[in-house]
Design a protein around this ligand. Structure first.
Ligand code: ATP
Ligand code: ZN
Length: 210
């Protein structure tokens, strides 16, 4: 038996459920249940907050998970990426107030930057020799400059309209992300075999869409 954790409700949920169904796996899901068992594959599906999924997979509470690479890399830890899934594509970007003069990363030196991704942003800046004060906040990062909490932000962007609506201008891409299948590093031989079957089906689903 494999346990797969997916996001309960959010931007990954619908595409995750669709992918599992397109793999030919049948199950009943209802919005108030936290887990469900497939009827034609040895799979149990857990519905969790996306941020918790890498930790649960690392600890073996779940064997597999579907999360954004942004969340996986920010979490650190030992959950392994086993398959890129091609949906929920987005980027982690730096943005500054529209009126701010910005010519390059050196302009961020010594600024206050608000983000929910201190690890990803911290290593990006460190690799480029930029020193800045990172302020970790868990949501509504894009309003931080307008309320005087930060000089710049680093947040997930897909179209950029949220940034524009908050008077911000995207200036650097820190990380590109998509949804990925992750696995705990200590699967039993039987579980590893089931994972291979699942990956085979996922790859076939993606090929059929091209
Ligand atoms: P939860 O309540 O589960 O913690 P959340 O609010 O943290 O949810 P969502 O906004 O649903 O998370 O985003 C989940 C993932 O979807 C993100 O980590 C990212 O990988 C991806 N994502 C985020 N924003 C976008 C977007 N605008 N377009 C496409 N994918 C996105
Ligand atoms: Zn989340």
């Amino acid at each position: 038996m494999l346990r797969l954790a997916i996001q309960k409700s959010g931007r990954l949920s619908e595409d995750s459920l669709t992918l599992i169904r397109e793999c030919g796996i049948s199950f009943v899901s209802s919005s108030y249940k936290l887990k469900t068992e497939a009827t034609n594959f040895p799979l149990e599906i857990l519905f969790l907050r996306d941020d918790d999924i890498p930790g649960y997979v690392q600890d073996g509470v779940a064997d597999l998970g579907i999360v954004g690479q942004n969340v996986l890399v920010e979490a650190g830890g030992s959950a392994l990426e086993v398959e890129a899934l091609g949906f929920s594509k987005c980027r982690l970007s730096l943005a500054v107030p529209r009126a701010a003069a910005y010519q390059g990363l050196a302009d961020l030196q010594n600024l206050n930057i608000a983000t929910s991704y201190p690890k990803l942003l911290g290593s990006y800046l460190a690799e480029r020799g930029v020193q800045a004060q990172l302020h970790t906040i868990s949501g509504s990062v894009e309003i931080a400059p307008s309320i005087g909490l930060a000089d710049a932000i680093c947040d997930i962007v897909s179209s950029g309209s949220t940034l524009l609506g908050n008077g911000l201008r995207e200036v650097e891409t820190v990380f590109r992300s998509e949804a990925v299948l992750i696995a705990q590093p200590n699967l039993s031989p039987l579980q590893a075999e089931l994972l291979e079957q699942l990956r085979f089906r996922m790859q076939a689903v993606r090929r059929a869409k091209r």
